[in-house]
Design a protein around this ligand. Structure first.
Ligand code: GEK
Length: 253
């Protein structure tokens, strides 16, 4: 693990075994304490390209953070993106606001921020990102969070973010996606499951986790995201990263 990546020293890496035993009833997935305890291991073994995206958030912050502005990490979990923003901070007088509505995540995120020695102030807020005011924002990160918001509420959230951003600010939007072509959609879904098996998840774990997420994580096509971002007001929008059915977009105001 590269020393410069930093977050391996901040977060516990307990192994995710939540779905390893056969469950009689599979409840909807929730970001509770059990998940928060194993979250780093879970997301790294489940989301192809996760670490590359986290690393690039540092570079994008270096490029887009404006002096005396706010940066937002919406759906921050344990704060991996927040720490990347902190590492990439190259201008003065900025503040990072990190928001998550999981109490378990927020508690652990606050501890991780205390252990990190960089000095950009971070406020970790336990709230729904739909309730949080966005103001004077030069960088906004939605790293695999919008997919958990009901689709009919996504435009309103993106409009609010756009309204609260500075001119020249960037939104980094990462999402699991589906594809309009049935064959490619099936292929990329299967390849993603192969990725999970290659990272040690059993067939049972893959299938029970998929059931748990079914009504909770609603993926859309890249075209839908692109159109919605344009509708929210963003002038420049495109994909900068994709690995199988996981992608990340930049939307610049
Ligand atoms: C990372 N961005 O490591 N309001 C606030 N938080 C929410 C909401 C909501 N309405 N819905 C979901 N969350 C992180 C990874 S994980 C992605 C983000 C994943 C939070 C939820 O509690 C969880 O912590 C996070 O969004 C999604 O870069 O698990 O696939």
């Amino acid at each position: 693990m590269p020393v410069s990546s930093g977050f391996c020293y901040v977060f516990p890496m307990d192994k995710d075994q939540i779905y390893s035993d056969s469950l009689a009833n599979i409840a909807d997935f929730s970001f509770d304490a059990q998940v928060a305890d194993v979250f780093t291991d879970m997301i790294e073994r489940s989301v192809p390209g996760y670490r590359a995206i986290i690393t690039m958030i540092e570079t994008l912050t270096e490029h887009y953070a404006q002096p005396s502005s706010n940066l937002y990490d919406l759906g921050c979990s344990l704060g991996a993106s927040t720490l990347s923003m902190r590492r990439g901070m190259a201008v003065d007088d900025c503040r990072i606001i990190s928001v998550d509505n999981s109490d378990a995540m927020v508690k652990r995120c606050r501890k991780a921020m205390d252990r990190d020695l960089r000095d950009t102030p971070v406020e970790v807020v336990c709230d729904d990102i739909r309730n949080v005011e966005i103001d004077n924002a030069s960088v906004v990160v939605l790293n695999f969070t919008l997919q958990f918001i009901p689709p009919e509420e996504r435009l309103r959230l993106l409009e609010k973010i756009y309204q609260g951003m500075c001119l020249g600010g960037v939104l980094i939007l990462s999402e699991k996606v589906v594809f309009p072509d049935e064959h490619l959609n099936g292929l990329l879904r299967d390849i993603h499951h192969d990725f999970k098996r290659a990272h040690g998840y059993s067939d049972l774990e893959v299938s029970q986790k998929r059931s748990a997420l079914e009504n909770v994580l609603i993926p859309e096509t890249t075209a839908t995201h692109r159109e919605r971002l344009a509708q929210a007001g963003f002038a420049s929008v495109d994909v900068w990263f994709q690995c199988f059915n996981f992608m990340s977009m930049l939307a610049v105001k």
